[in-house]
Design a protein around this ligand. Structure first.
Ligand code: DMJ
Length: 661
């Protein structure tokens, strides 16, 4: 007997044996049976390995096929490419081979550049058109993030940027559909503030009347002097035929941009626009006054942007706004008066750490609008901090504010002195105008304005003798002074504007009375031009006039306030006497301040017709404000910069009322 066979040795490997030695049997069933038998004879592990290898084979075959197919596709031209090659004989410079790489993150700026850009239009012949540039709509928190359109690098300034207009009508305000009004970059980042939604074509303003032509003639004469002797500089010195530099920013040119647009001076506007495009450079080591540069430069650029639709002006405004921001970096967040736009160093005046109340409260319209247009929150936040802070401060008297505020403590200083003139004036103006700008929703502004009007009525109003003119005096530590700056003559216009927007009708009575007074401040002077400061006679004396002028106050700086108010009063009452008064004043300017070789000059003595004593200086506001308001005063078209759709900043630069219909 043979011993039983030893147990099969344990195999630690797998053998897959495919027998090929069997004879060929062509029968299908036999083949199937045989394969199936073989398969069944395999262990489960062997079967799994085979299945795994087969799966691997199928997968790698599939992958190599798709790679090859991709290469074939990339290498062969598309239908369009093929057609173009056939038609032009040109091959694409760099035919795509691999799919373009995908960016992991897309920033808002990237999205902006990806959005379809508006085609750049050439400026049409004939007068261009006005439009309101509507802003972005609001996002959840009311503002966009700080994604912003790239501001042109200062070094790039030399090459002129082509105008980017979307224009509708020349002298009249035309509001454009929303979609044309945003910067692509802002649109890309999402909607922000409420827009100016209404779209209304300005009806044809018709032929100009003789008085409007008179203003255009005056403007062109002033411009002639500026262009000849001070082109690109801040102010013309018409007598010495030279210029005065204040900030070195072409102040007169920027202040006058929107006036040229409104007056229909296309050639002049285009030439000035070219200077802004190629020469205006904010990268310079220069101190600017925050208030003056905001109302003139920032306001001027924003207004030029709104009227022309040319994004060049908005880019410049954004650049400039950014450079002003260091002024707000104070312990109290009440801004310093001055800031160096090149170095970013801000500081108060040399002799004090106080700022002027009117200055820190009259930059809000401009920064709020800049914020709305760019979607950049910090502009609005900075100025609204100031408004809120001042609202909550003690030291006021029935809505009237002192003239100074300390940038460290944030408290009013020099308490007990109240005026509607220099250093406080536009605080009151901007309470009302911000309320209008924001669509009459910010009730705190309205309350402060209404309180202030009551304060004026309670403490500052008196009547003169013998003419019983109502005037606004000043209060110093309880003592009334019958002194009224010409600057206060903004008030009749502001009061009337408030009534137009629904405020108490009695404000209009005060407006009418004060308008008469301001006119008399001009009319009673020998030259027909107001002194810088008037004193009113309050005691009856037969030989005295109502208006008394002290020798130090006899100058006239070509200021706008009287004609500014005349514009509002005519626009809102329709009484032609206001136009006549304005015409009288324009003739006086022509008679006593006009310089033969070009330009107008401030004068030292409004009471001497033989020797008005020109001071050799044409302030930028003469073109920015005085002549603009005169032109608007002589227009009979209420839609020419409608007061329902625009609010003028304190330098007469119209800005849109948000959400105005
Ligand atoms: C302008 O700069 C502004 O109107 C400002 O509010 C006051 N001073 C001049 C005009 O007088």
């Amino acid at each position: 007997m043979y011993p039983p066979p030893p147990p099969a040795p344990h195999r630690d490997f797998i053998s897959v044996t495919l027998s090929l030695g069997e004879s060929y049997d062509n029968s299908k069933s036999r083949r199937r049976r045989s394969c199936w038998r073989k398969w069944k004879q395999l262990s489960r592990l062997q079967r799994n390995v085979i299945l795994f290898l087969l799966a691997l084979l199928v997968l790698s075959a599939f992958l190599s096929y798709s790679h090859m197919a991709g290469q074939w596709k990339g290498a062969s031209p598309t239908e369009g490419q093929r057609l173009r090659v056939e038609m032009t004989g040109q091959k694409p410079a760099n035919p795509p081979v691999l799919p373009a790489p995908q960016k992991a993150d897309i920033s808002p700026e990237d999205v902006a550049t990806m959005l379809p850009q508006k085609p750049r239009k050439h400026i049409r012949r004939g007068p261009p058109h006005l439009q309101i540039r509507a802003p972005n709509a609001d996002s959840k928190d009311g503002m966009q993030g700080e994604a912003k359109e790239q501001v042109a690098a200062p070094g790039d300034a030399r090459q002129e940027e082509p105008p980017h207009h979307t224009v509708i009508s020349w002298r009249g305000a035309v509001i454009e559909p929303e979609q044309g009004t945003e910067h692509p970059s802002r649109r890309a980042a999402g909607p922000t503030m409420p827009s100016v939604p209404a779209v209304r074509m300005q009806k044809d303003p018709g032929p100009l009347n003789a008085r409007q032509k008179g203003v255009i003639e005056a403007f062109l004469h002033a411009w002639k002097g500026y262009r000849r002797f001070s082109w690109g500089h801040d102010e013309l010195k018409p007598l010495s035929r030279s210029f005065n530099e204040w900030f070195g920013l072409g102040l007169t040119l920027i202040d006058a941009l929107d006036t040229m647009w409104i007056l229909g001076l296309k050639k002049e506007f285009e030439e000035a626009r070219k200077w802004v495009s190629t020469e205006l450079n904010f990268e310079k080591d220069v101190d600017v006054n925050l208030f003056e540069s905001t109302i003139r430069v920032l306001g001027g650029l924003l207004s030029a942007y709104h009227l022309s639709g040319d994004s060049l002006f908005l880019r410049k405004a954004e650049d400039f706004g950014n450079r002003l921001m260091p002024a707000f970096a104070t312990p109290s967040k009440i801004p310093y008066s001055d800031v160096n736009i090149g170095t970013g160093v801000a500081h108060p005046p040399r002799w004090t750490s106080d700022s002027t109340v009117a200055e820190v409260t009259s930059i809000q319209l401009e920064f709020r609008e800049l914020s709305r247009l760019t979607g950049i929150k910090k502009f609005r936040e900075a100025v609204e901090n100031v408004t809120r802070h001042i609202h909550s401060l003690s030291g006021k008297k029935d809505g009237l504010v002192p003239m100074f505020i300390n940038t460290h403590s944030g408290l009013f200083t020099h308490l007990g002195v109240f005026t509607l003139g220099a250093r406080a004036d536009s605080y009151y103006e901007y309470l009302l105008k911000q309320w209008i700008q924001g669509g009459k929703t910010e009730t705190q502004l309205l309350q402060d304005y209404l309180a202030a009007v009551e304060g004026v009525k309670a403490h500052l109003l008196r009547r003169s003798e013998p003419g019983k003119l109502v005037f606004v005096g000043e209060l110093a530590h309880g003592r009334f002074s019958a002194k009224m700056d010409h600057l206060v003559c903004f008030l009749p216009g502001t009061l009337a504007l408030g009534v137009h927007h629904g405020l108490p009708a009695e404000h209009m009575e005060l407006a009418l009375a004060l308008m008469e007074t301001c006119y008399q401040m001009n009319h009673q002077m020998e030259t027909g031009l107001s002194p810088e400061i008037a004193h009113f006679n309050t005691f009856f004396q037969a030989d005295l006039k109502d208006v008394i002028v002290k020798p130090a106050d006899r100058h006239n700086l070509l200021r706008p306030e009287t004609v500014e108010s005349l514009f509002y009063l005519y626009r809102l009452t329709g009484d032609h006497k206001y136009q006549d008064w304005g015409w009288e004043i324009l003739q006086s300017f022509n008679k006593y301040t006009r310089v033969r070789s070009g330009g107008y000059s401030s004068i030292s003595n409004v009471q001497n017709t033989h020797k008005p004593d020109p001071r050799d200086k044409m302030e930028s506001f003469f073109l920015g404000e005085t002549l603009k308001y005169l032109y608007l005063l002589f227009s009979d078209d209420p839609d020419l910069l409608s007061l329902d759709r625009y609010v003028f900043n304190t330098e007469a630069h119209p800005l849109p009322i948000w959400g105005a219909a």
